[in-house]
Design a protein around this ligand. Structure first.
Ligand code: UD1
Length: 416
């Protein structure tokens, strides 16, 4: 199993290009199932989840021609309407093939995702929405088996805001008969990116980015070329790493307009932030101040940035309260941060962090994708060496992270 060894105490300095967004790329790749023509995607990040999604689509019969950071998908010859357990269990986003397969081919068999390190993460809202659109759904042998002659439009109000739930139903609705209204929809920028790609393919969608999305079903979509948006979580992760190490970095090919909350929190730590077009610069000249935060659906503070800010808070001046409202078990990184000397107390979904003046390097274990990022940040500020084990979590969702961090001056190496 691969690990990262990080020598702490080096400031991040320099420029780094932000990759395409994992959470936009994955649903957009699934949208290729909606059409028999070519869907050409650029700015695809080179990371495990994207490779897993390519494999899954290929298993179904989708032809994929990959170039560097781009690929053309053609789903003219799909012959297997199934996402097997071994794929879904490693990448929950595989559930996103359910809506497209069902609406275009009238059938889909998708494994239930099962448990997850950060919480139970059911898919009941996806299923409920498809039932409202006329699907016949049975859960058998751990699989969701859905059939429908043709889905019809429906008025669906989500009980809870779900990002992939909104995306799955939006993709199902684009080829359904009639009008679908999704209420209490997720407003995440990745939902908007998917909607924009679908619109480029001929779909009729209004309201993406608000909590009510209206989709008028069409009989057929056509091929398109689409560039995936920049990754706001990768952007935020590098900015927090720079702030924690007292560094000075510039992100290129990114977007500040979708990072408002994260940038505000970074300013609260004392970081100087400058935005110019698609570039964001951050400079930290003093010890960071601790910042309290509460995760919530977009546009509020993203749960996918909670662990990284927790790492920053561990060495900040003062104390902070971090409240996690999206996932029930997303404090797995806390015990690992404590191994480095962090002072954190947890009560339910609330963590109280007392900043200390230094962390001590130690061996730690990554438990999920963003927890891994927080341990890498902590390793960069800790004294001596930190070894992060189980970094396959990190490789799932960050493109060439140690190469990017090394180029910024971090002392980080991968070994077996
Ligand atoms: C997506 C993101 C993930 C991010 C999360 C929250 C992708 C590929 N992943 O995950 O990185 O952390 O949004 O911003 O885009 N829920 C239900 N029933 C459902 C669906 C969700 O109860 O059918 C609950 C979940 O357990 C969770 C909450 O709703 O507590 C939000 O989950 P959701 O937005 O669906 O997360 P994902 O789409 O899986």
């Amino acid at each position: 199993m691969q690990k990262l060894a990080i020598q702490g105490g080096y400031r991040l300095n320099g420029e780094v290009r932000i990759s395409g967004a994992k959470n936009a790329a994955l649903p957009i790749m699934c949208a290729s199932l909606l059409v028999a023509d070519d869907l050409h995607l650029s700015n695809l990040p080179d990371m495990h989840d994207v490779h897993t999604m390519v494999k899954l689509l290929q298993q179904m019969g989708v032809r994929v021609d990959s170039e560097s950071q781009a690929a053309t998908f053609n789903a003219a010859q799909v012959d297997k309407l199934e996402a097997p357990y071994d794929m879904v269990k490693t990448m929950r986003a595989a559930i996103l093939v359910l809506g497209p397969l069902l609406t275009r081919f009238g059938e889909a068999r998708v494994s239930l995702p099962g448990g997850c390190a950060i919480g139970s993460r059911p898919v009941d809202l996806h299923i409920k929405g498809l039932l409202a659109m006329g699907a016949d759904i049975h859960i058998e042998h751990g699989y969701i088996h859905a059939t429908a002659a043709r889905l019809h439009g429906a008025h669906i109000c989500f009980d809870l805001i779900s990002v992939t739930g909104t995306e799955n139903l939006m993709m199902a609705a684009v080829l359904a008969e009639g009008i679908t209204v999704l209420e209490n929809a997720a407003r995440e920028p990745e939902v908007v990116d998917l909607a924009n790609c679908l619109i480029a393919m001929g779909a009729m969608i209004e309201g993406a980015g608000s909590d009510t999305i209206t989709i008028v079903g069409v009989a057929k979509l056509h091929g398109a070329s689409y560039r995936v948006m920049p990754d706001r979580i990768e952007s935020g992760t590098f900015l927090v790493a720079a702030a924690a190490t007292g560094g000075c970095i510039t992100l290129t090919d990114t977007r500040a307009d979708i990072l408002d909350n994260v940038l505000d929190k970074l300013r609260e730590t004392g970081a100087l932030i400058n935005v110019c077009g698609d570039r964001i610069s951050l400079e930290m000249t003093s010890r960071p101040l601790a910042v309290s935060l509460r995760t919530a659906p977009y546009p509020a503070f993203p749960t996918d940035m909670q662990a990284q800010f927790m790492a920053l808070n561990t060495i900040a001046e003062g104390s902070a309260i971090v409240i996690e409202t999206i996932f029930e078990n997303r404090f797995m990184h806390v015990q690992e941060l404590q191994r480095l000397g962090a002072q954190i107390e947890i009560e339910g979904n609330t963590a109280v962090i007392q900043g200390c003046d230094h962390l001590d390097g130690a061996a730690v274990m990554a438990t999920d994708l963003r927890a891994s990022a927080s341990l890498v940040i902590a390793g960069m500020v800790a004294q001596d060496e930190t070894v992060v084990d189980r970094i396959y979590h990190l490789d799932r969702g960050y493109e060439h992270i140690e190469a990017k961090l090394s180029a910024l001056g971090a002392k980080i190496r991968r070994f077996n």
